[in-house]
Design a protein around this ligand. Structure first.
Ligand code: C2E
Ligand code: CA
Ligand code: CA
Length: 253
């Protein structure tokens, strides 16, 4: 709580790139905590604590508000993706909090994507379904994050209106990548194209990985190869650079 008040938190933005054109289609908002003594703390370290203590509700609303404000400055075809924790979604008034952030920032709800993980559905309750339905009705889109790491139940994809599936980076880069992971990505991408969903490959670090996931049918890519998460002024600069250069050059080597 104090960190918010002391202004130690900021939102960084990582581009998600169209693998056909090389253009930035979305920025994912990723929170950063610059602690005066401990230095930069990773969200993996403090988000779980914020969830346990319930602080994530205040923090999450703050993140959505900041992200929406930044996105309102970008060209209209660029969207913003915000990660939501299950605790946040289960809190009373969760949908209202998000709609308020959009209204305050004057951001079209269709420009907001909410990234949720399967853990949200572990105790499948009506409140979650209602949250997704209510916001979808306003035009907000949903993405299924870290796909392939949990139960990867296809039931959720069938039941909820996901527009995007994000294939976890363990299938894309690292020691366990090979023929098997490639076949899995292909299968997910095939399903995505039939269901008119976008498939995002996370964790792209090399141009070879970019080419591999594109060949496997992924439509979007994210990872250090394109850019790390950057502060808002650099995100705006990445968008401005696209005007003067050929974004497709990002996909060539
Ligand atoms: P995530 O949603 O899967 O976010 C992607 C993470 O992968 C980010 O780490 C990002 O910096 C990292 N990443 C991106 N490209 C690459 C790459 O090419 N290689 C590698 N090795 N890593 C890459 P980050 O920012 O540390 O966030 C970690 C997790 O913390 C996120 O995973 C998300 O679950 C959570 N998180 C971050 N920001 C928020 C937030 O605002 N709200 C909530 N509820 N959770 C957040
Ligand atoms: Ca995410
Ligand atoms: Ca992810």
């Amino acid at each position: 709580r104090a960190a918010i008040q002391r202004d130690e938190l900021s939102i960084f933005f990582q581009p998600i790139v169209d693998l056909e054109t090389g253009r930035i289609r979305t920025f994912e908002a990723l929170v950063r905590w610059f602690h005066p003594e401990k230095g930069e703390l990773r969200p993996d370290e403090f988000i779980p604590v914020a969830e346990e203590t319930g602080v994530i509700i205040t923090l999450g609303n703050w993140i959505t508000a900041q992200a929406a404000k930044a996105a309102a400055q970008w060209p209209e075809d660029v969207t913003i993706a915000v990660n939501l924790s299950p605790v946040q979604i289960r809190a009373p008034g969760a949908a209202l909090g998000i709609l308020t952030a959009l209204r305050d920032a004057k951001l079209d709800p269709r420009r907001l994507e909410l990234e949720v993980t399967e853990s949200l559905f572990i105790d499948d309750n009506q409140h979650t379904a209602r949250f997704i339905e209510d916001l979808s009705a306003e035009g907000v889109r949903f993405a299924l994050d870290d796909f392939g790491t949990g139960y990867s139940s296809l039931g959720y994809i069938n039941k909820f209106p996901f527009k995007k599936i994000k294939v976890d980076r363990s299938f894309v880069s690292g020691p366990n990548v090979g023929l098997k992971s490639d076949a899995i990505i292909r299968a997910v991408a095939e399903m995505g194209s039939t269901l008119e969903m976008e498939i995002v490959a996370e964790g792209l670090e090399t141009i070879d990985q970019v080419h591999a996931v594109r060949a496997a049918g992924c439509t979007l890519g994210q990872g250090y190869y394109f850019s790390r998460a950057v502060p808002d002024y650099l995100a705006a600069m990445l968008l401005a650079q696209e005007q003067d250069s050929d974004p497709a050059a990002r996909l060539a080597s």
